[in-house]
Design a protein around this ligand. Structure first.
Ligand SMILES: O=C(O)C/C(=C\C=C(/O)C(=O)O)C(=O)O
Length: 128
């Protein structure tokens, strides 16, 4: 972790290119100095079974969850959350300028006792 997890309605599938979003999110969180690159990961999950509002077929949703480790201060967390939501909304503009979409975002903290990590990628990004 941190994990960026995007869930989105299947009717957006052909209109979204996730790699530029993930690149910008990774570069941003690493630029804060508070998140090591080797621990950042992103994924998108397409939801084909969904209903938005009254079920109109052109209504869409996208939800981003950012899970981070416990212990960072609220000022930093709020700054990161604000910026992540801005990046998400900007990336979504081609969609929201033309059609209806619910955008949501939440940052959550992992339980410091109940989360487990084993990651041999960190060593590749350590500077001597
Ligand atoms: O502490 C966490 O689990 C989340 C985290 C970093 C995780 C790794 O570096 C890892 O999985 O190796 C974080 O920076 O919030």
């Amino acid at each position: 972790m941190p994990h960026f997890i995007v869930e989105y309605s299947g009717n957006l599938h052909h209109r979204l290119d996730f790699q530029p979003l993930f690149k910008e999110l990774h570069e941003y969180v690493v630029s804060t100095g508070a998140f090591p690159l080797g621990g950042v990961r992103s994924r998108a999950i397409r939801c084909d079974d969904f209903r938005v509002a009254d079920g109109r077929s052109d209504f869409a949703f996208i939800n981003l969850t950012l899970k981070i480790g416990h212990g960072r201060d609220m000022t930093l967390k709020q700054q990161v959350a604000d910026q992540v939501f801005e990046i998400l909304c900007r990336w979504m503009e081609p969609i929201t300028n033309e059609s209806y979409c619910q955008i949501s975002f939440e940052m959550t903290e992992l339980d410091p006792v109940l989360k487990y990590n084993k990651n041999n990628i960190h060593a590749l990004f350590k500077s001597n």
